[in-house]
Design a binder for this molecule. Sequence first.
Ligand code: PMP
Length: 436
Amino acid sequence: SPHRPGPHSGYGPGELLALDRAHVWHPYGPMPGRTDPLIVESASGVRLRLAEPVHGQRELIDGMSSWWSAIHGYNHPVLNEAAHGQLERMSHVMFGGLTHEPAVRLATRLVEITPEPLRHVFLCDSGSVSVEVAVKMCLQYWRSVGRPAKQRLLTWRGGYHGDTWQPMSVCDPEGGMHELWSGVLPRQIFAEAPPAEFDESYAADLRDLVARHADELAAVIVEPVVQGAGGMRFHSPGYLRVLRAACDEHGVLLIFDEIATGFGRTGALFAAELAGVSPDVMCLGKALTGGYLTMAATLCTSRVAEGISLGEVPVLAHGPTFMGNPLASAVACASIDLLLGQDWQQEVKRLEAGLREGLAEAEGLPGVKDVRVLGAIGVVQLDHEVDMAAATEAAVRAGVWLRPFRDLVYTMPPYVTGDGDLARVCRAVCAAVRAG
Ligand code: PMP
């Protein structure tokens, strides 16, 4: 078996779960002890191996790529080797006053593969922080060039940009994950969520909103083409062209959050390419290291960097301890080379075709409102809130790990998922829809 249990603490599954319940917070979890996670012992290829069988399954196909990140699957020899090799040289050194080959190579590679005007790279440690940095860059740019009133952000509803303060302020304010804080978060400007198809009157409203608020707007921030955790909605790339033109016309910066969409997930290397426009600032994360290590990046143009340098405080005051982490940088370089060294577009097309075929069955199921596929993303939207526990259990019974939420059952499998496994993922999605 490719799964090799490592040295472990000697705790059995029951004890582990008891200690988890006693002490460990989980994402969006109630206090420790109120969730019942499955214990993963190891992961290899597209499979998670559980510590003990659950609903008859010891191994689950990962239909989530660990939240968009594990594009090459787990325990990949090339990524393992990059990590091991770098580990023997140095796992981490501070980035203040020091630099090193893995970070320089990664930054250079990111500039090469992202849209043309992006030139400077801030390497940080999570997607949310990369959005914080993007926002700080834009706010500081306008202060530095003598327009200190331009400090607000415009976005559209239905978005999700992370769980720290500024990103929370541009997540969907209604029924979203951060509604609790709506009274105290910075007040941003919201357009309606973008319709799937290009709609001229919606586009006109967008243009109008940018024009009307231009004097106070630092930037527009959006997830291009796919709104992820805020509702798994797809929209016409045409809106990105509308935003680019409106931002140019009215002197507003444009941030693309490609943390979920980056590295091929939509069928383009970056979703910005689907629209043929470039942002002033771009956030990357998740699949950056193939899901191996925690790292994200904020890229900006020379204009933004030079603007900041004109300010009274000419530095970007941000410097996380683990900035430029060499281990993560080395694995990110290997992951990018691995992706671009193969016909990845063909692989994503194969997954897109497989998802279309496999999820067609969901269209006829009761309670299904919409089925949509783009690149290696498959979404079934229900006309009701999904019963998360029942839907998850049904997927696990079918041998697949999914994480249904709100009115959605969806999958974004690793690109290395074979046709047979993909068919199984689709059957599990349908099973989850039936159960939920
Ligand atoms: N932006 C987008 C579009 C995301 O999907 C996410 C993660 N779900 C984030 C930002 C936040 O990234 P992280 O969880 O790494 O902080």
